[in-house]
Design a protein around this ligand. Structure first.
Ligand code: SAM
Length: 232
């Protein structure tokens, strides 16, 4: 897998990349691309399904808890997280995306209700235990290598004093199997967004020093997007 990824080009710099983390992190460093992404999923059925999974994974976390949304994208989750009473920080590796997040929050009159920051999920710059919970929505399916997933999980664990909530793409779903079948038939095989076995993700979580305490498939048996509630 590493050799396949090394043939990719960084979307930010055009230079060869070493792994899926460096290949993906620059995707929204272009302001026009970030603007095109912003708002696409707002108020969709997918958004509502994702929020249902996240609400289950956040159940029991008291109002006032410090919650980090990393990567926040254009802050799609922010209104609901604020409604739940959390003290929210929205961060993303791409500065133009953080600008989109600020703009969206401002459009809802929420700009001064949250903090915004630039940070990489593998090296966030936040302090140890700075948050009570860290949410990582729609990033791990871009991490194709075990070592990148484990490095990401370790960083999220370091900055959360409590739970870590991630989404990832799991094999145990109809659209996960379809992906593998279609990919097997393609001459130009995809190396991104690859659904992985649940056992593999669970092993990555254990390697990062955490355990799975909640599993929430977005649409059981149909959708590959799953949510995990992790604790130390
Ligand atoms: C598919 S979007 C999801 C955004 C948001 N979580 C949502 O659900 O709307 C992926 C985001 O990850 C950001 N990103 C990519 N690599 C990253 C990294 N290494 N650390 C933090 N953010 C990253 C991108 O800039 C982009 O905003």
């Amino acid at each position: 897998m590493l050799s396949a990824m090394s043939e990719s080009k960084s979307e930010a710099t055009g230079s060869p990349v070493e792994n899926s983390h460096t290949a993906y992190r620059g995707r929204y460093f272009d302001a026009r691309r970030a603007a095109r992404y912003a708002g696409k999923q707002n108020h969709t059925a997918t958004h509502r399904r994702e929020m249902r999974c996240l609400s289950k994974a956040l159940a029991g976390l008291p109002a006032g808890s410090r919650v980090l949304d990393l990567p926040c994208g254009a802050a799609r989750l922010l209104p609901e997280l604020l409604e739940m009473g959390f003290d929210v920080t929205a961060a993303d590796v791409a500065p133009p995306m953080v600008e989109e997040a600020r703009k969206y929050a401002a459009s809802l009159g929420l700009a001064d209700k949250a903090r915004f920051a630039v940070g990489d999920a593998l090296n966030s710059g936040f302090k140890d235990n700075e948050f009570d919970a860290v949410i990582c929505n729609r990033l791990f399916h871009h991490f194709s290598e075990r070592e990148i997933r484990v490095a990401g999980l370790k960083e999220l664990k370091r900055i959360s004093s409590g739970r870590v909530i991630i989404s990832f793409f799991c094999n145990l779903a109809l659209d996960g199997l379809t992906f593998h079948l279609q990919n097997a038939l393609r001459s130009n095989k995809s190396v991104d967004r690859i659904p992985i076995p649940y056992g593999e993700m669970k092993a990555n979580v254990a390697e990062a020093g955490m355990r799975v305490v909640g599993v929430y498939p977005m649409r059981p048996l149909i959708s590959r997007q799953w949510y995990l509630h992790l604790e130390r």
